[in-house]
Design a protein around this ligand. Structure first.
Ligand code: SF4
Length: 281
């Protein structure tokens, strides 16, 4: 399980390593065909900032070689905002006194029909809070069965589950799972996720192993940029991705970069990432 692997890496040491990268490390990484995680750390370090244009051109070249001029669109369907967790940055936080809605299966069907009327969307992302009694695996299995005739590709972004629950959903037509670790800083994780199942760091970080073991075809990963030093978090994410690709090599992976920005009256990120830094990543 990745929680064991993660113990090999010290957060502060990783931060210092990234900050100590120099132009020579960056140039060496830019010359390579196959990069190590250490090379990746050089490319996201402050030392790589002057190389943004060169990295953008390389990135464009790789994108064209691998994907061509393709853009894949997905459409989210929020099926439930009921949640037992209290993530401090989220409006669906259990402590917020807002109306909670979990769609009935007839409502899910009506939403699927409405989405199909909008255009040729084939990738549906089913999103829900974490309230096992209301939107747990039994409910999600029924939702997948309702949505399956309308879409080629069904992905969920819901609570982490047991291996057998993922396997059950794969049987019901699930293609992918998106889950954000939010941060790999285990020491501070609980200050952002004080209650509920999401407060258990190992349960969340090992969810990706459980997805791999269940044969989930595609896994989407990410950290929530704004919580902790984003460079260190992304280095940990890169290590996690390397680990998963080695152990669950049949699965395909994608990485997302959700970024919190300062907002009046809302949750204030501890770390602000600029547009240039986002482009660098
Ligand atoms: S688990 Fe998800 S929906 Fe629930 S409070 Fe946390 S971020 Fe919000």
């Amino acid at each position: 399980m990745f929680s064991e692997e993660l113990k090999k890496y010290d957060w502060d040491e990783t931060t210092r390593f990234i900050q100590s990268r120099t132009a020579a490390h960056v140039e060496s990484a830019l010359r390579k065909q196959h990069l190590s995680v250490e090379d990746f750390m050089a490319l996201i370090s402050p030392a790589a900032e002057p190389y943004l244009e060169q990295m953008a051109q390389l990135s464009h070249r790789y994108t064209m070689e691998r994907f061509g001029k393709t853009i894949s669109l997905y459409i989210p369907l929020y099926v439930s905002n009921a949640c037992t967790n209290s993530c401090v940055y989220c409006g669906f936080n259990h402590n917020n006194p807002l109306e909670r809605v979990t769609l009935t299966l007839d409502q899910v069907k009506a939403e699927c029909e409405a989405i199909r009327r909008l255009g040729p969307f084939e990738n549906l992302l089913i999103v829900s809070g974490e309230f096992p009694a209301l939107n747990g695996v039994d409910y999600l299995e029924k939702v997948l069965n309702v949505a399956r005739p309308y879409f080629n590709n069904l992905t969920i972004e819901v609570m982490p589950m047991k291996t057998e629950s993922y396997a059950r959903l794969v049987e019901s037509g699930l293609n992918g799972v998106v889950c954000f670790q939010e941060t790999y800083n285990a020491a501070n994780y609980k200050t952002y996720h004080p209650k509920g199942m999401k407060s258990i760091f190992d349960w969340r970080v090992n969810g990706f192993d459980r997805m791999g073991q269940a044969g989930v075809h595609k896994i989407g990963m990410g950290v929530l940029i704004g919580l902790e030093d984003w460079r260190t978090d992304l280095a940990m994410l890169a290590r996690h991705l390397r680990y998963l690709r080695k152990n669950y090599w049949r699965t395909r992976y994608s990485v997302n970069f959700p970024r919190m920005c300062p907002a009046e009256g809302g949750y204030q990120p501890k770390v602000v990432m600029s547009d240039r830094e986002l482009a660098q990543v």
